[in-house]
Design a protein around this ligand. Structure first.
Ligand code: KG4
Ligand code: ZN
Length: 351
């Protein structure tokens, strides 16, 4: 198969990448819109859609030039078609469809969650690519779920958050502590200087059956602790202790939920031995360490891809396109982007 172009525009990263059929990255490019959204303390959908429209054409031309390819040399075009913010999804899908139509290329409407899930199979990450089945823990700003991945298009959501996503909890607590947006990296940096045992914050869902998550109670407990110290800036030492204590609570909850999910995965697929993490929160050192320990205890290996492949990117979209094209899974140009698109409803190859 010839190389595939991937496009990502479901949230606030505009990205394009070209991979060859073996999964080698020929060129990739990503433009973060962080600065455009930061003044609002979160992603503004309309700003995101306009930014994708402004950035994407040059980004696509750039990766094609660096890959040394004309569009006609491609084997297909893949774009995130959901779930995500509809404006951005429309922009990315239309660019991909336009290229596919003009050059008679196959088009793949990629489910963004499946793209995160299949990243583990990039041959450059694990020798030959991770074999199915495995467990995916997706912890980003918008998603928090455990998924048993048994094949392309074959995913079973084992549990998910009942309120906030893990990254959302980091962002909200960072805001309470007066840190900028996105809050996760800033909170982690502050937590390094803090005492994680200083505040006994709640560990929502810890030990509960299944692998659902909940973070709103933890966030409220932090808000109450901050409020106890009155308005105005917190003393630096106190803020660091709160950050470290919060981070430890999240890490423990994620490790506990992942442990349950590993048991659930093994009950369905006894040969499963791999826990894969994805999403921005997977960049967090304390979270990674807790997950590594939980995996070891369960007899699983932890695969934490490099951060640039954990967060939103177009390499994973191109790769998901390649996996689907190899199986003959192509989409029509009439495929409408889906702001909500659960993993259970994907097209899969016949058994
Ligand atoms: O996957 P991602 O880049 O975008 C989506 O949400 O789809 O994830 C971003 C989220 C944000 O909530 C951010 O605060 C969080 O991941 N995050 C972190 C860290 N880096 C990013 N959370 C905790 N620790 C970090 N080092
Ligand atoms: Zn994502």
């Amino acid at each position: 198969m010839r190389p595939v172009l991937g496009i990502e525009s479901s949230c606030d990263e505009t990205a394009a990448a070209v991979l060859d059929a073996e999964g080698r990255i020929l060129a990739e490019s990503i433009a973060s819109q962080e600065a455009a959204h930061a003044p609002y303390g979160g992603v503004v959908p309309e700003i995101a859609a306009r930014a994708h429209l402004a950035l994407l054409p040059d980004l696509v031309r750039g990766v094609m030039a660096r890959a040394g390819l004309g569009f006609a040399a491609l084997g297909g075009v893949a774009a995130s078609a959901g779930p995500g913010l509809i404006g951005g999804l429309i922009v990315g899908s239309q660019v991909a469809k336009g290229i596919a139509l003009a050059h008679r290329l196959r088009y793949v409407a990629v489910n963004h969650l499946e793209a995160h899930a299949l990243t583990a199979r990039l041959p450059g990450l694990v020798e030959g690519g991770a074999p199915f089945p495995y467990l995916l823990l997706l912890v980003s700003g918008g998603h928090c779920q455990c998924v048993a991945v048994t094949g392309v298009g074959r995913h079973l959501r084992l549990g998910s958050t009942m309120d906030d996503a893990a990254g959302e909890a980091f962002d909200k607590v960072a805001k309470l502590l007066g840190l900028g947006w996105p809050g996760g990296p800033a909170l982690e940096a502050l937590a390094i200087r803090g005492d994680p045992a200083r505040h006994a914050f709640p560990r929502p869902m810890l030990g509960r059956e299944g692998c659902d998550f909940s973070f709103s109670g933890l966030k409220t407990a932090v808000a109450q602790e901050v409020a106890r110290h009155g308005a105005g800036a917190l003393p630096a030492g106190l803020a660091a202790d709160i950050a470290a204590s919060f981070q430890r609570a999240v890490a423990e909850v994620l490790a506990d939920r992942a442990a349950h999910a590993m048991t659930m995965t093994r009950a369905r697929a006894p040969e499963a031995r791999l826990l894969v993490v994805a999403g921005g929160v997977a960049a967090n050192g304390a979270v990674r360490a807790a997950l590594r320990a939980a995996a070891e205890q369960a007899g699983f290996a932890l695969l934490a891809p490099p951060v640039r492949l954990c967060t939103d990117n177009a390499v994973m979209v191109a790769w998901a396109g390649i996996e689907r094209l190899r199986l003959g899974l192509v989409d029509g140009l009439d495929f409408a982007p889906r702001p909500r698109w659960g993993l259970e409803t994907l097209a899969a190859p016949p058994v």
